[in-house]
Design a protein around this ligand. Structure first.
Ligand code: ADP
Length: 174
């Protein structure tokens, strides 16, 4: 086999996964999935998926900056999109959608998403990782709610996110 053919084959088998989510903000539950995903795939793209008509606490840019800051030094790419997920995944030459599963309550929604995405593109597989037991109850929504009411979310989110939440809600109280 010529080097060129060998190289092309290597490129084809490269496993690129996309981990989509709102990451509003990124939590230690997300970090756990990302760290474990990094051991499974050659490349991992963290996709801040957003809907321009939905409100969020952090802007898309800030969510991306927080992801980058929390995962500095790791082999990840951070991007954003408001379009169809399977189209984004394909456009990056990826073939896996990575998702995390917490309680049974996640299952139904994730099941529906995986099935529709599979119907839209049969070449793309959704891979699920079970949450680490410490992060079973950690969701961005609960974090925002608790932090907004003055509760401590230290240990559930990276320190940098905790500081940003404290600043943000201190501003709201002023
Ligand atoms: P959330 O559901 O917390 O608002 P996202 O929409 O950003 O978060 O979720 C992106 C993906 O990360 C989803 O597959 C979701 O199930 C997963 N995820 C979120 N929090 C956790 C966690 N604590 N443990 C494992 N997976 C999680």
């Amino acid at each position: 086999m010529t080097f060129k053919k060998y190289f092309n084959r290597m490129v084809i088998v490269k496993k690129i996964a996309v981990y989509p989510g709102s990451f509003d903000p990124i939590t230690n539950g997300h970090i756990d999935i990302i760290t474990r995903g990094l051991r499974m795939f050659d490349e991992l793209i963290i996709l801040v998926a957003y809907n321009p008509n939905k409100s969020s606490l952090f802007s898309v840019e800030e969510r991306m900056d927080l992801v980058r800051a929390c995962l500095a030094g790791n082999n990840i790419r951070v991007d954003c999109s408001s379009g169809l997920l399977v189209d984004y995944v394909r456009s990056k030459g990826a073939n896996v959608i990575l998702r995390g599963l917490r309680a049974v309550s996640d299952f139904e929604y994730e099941f529906q998403m995986a099935l529709i995405n599979r119907r839209l593109n049969r070449d793309i597989e959704t891979v699920f990782l079970m949450t680490g037991y410490q992060w079973f109850y950690t969701s961005s929504n609960l974090i925002k709610e608790a932090a907004g009411l003055g509760g401590s979310v230290k240990g559930l989110v990276p320190d940098i996110v905790n500081e940003r939440l404290e600043q943000m809600f201190a501003k709201v109280k002023e």
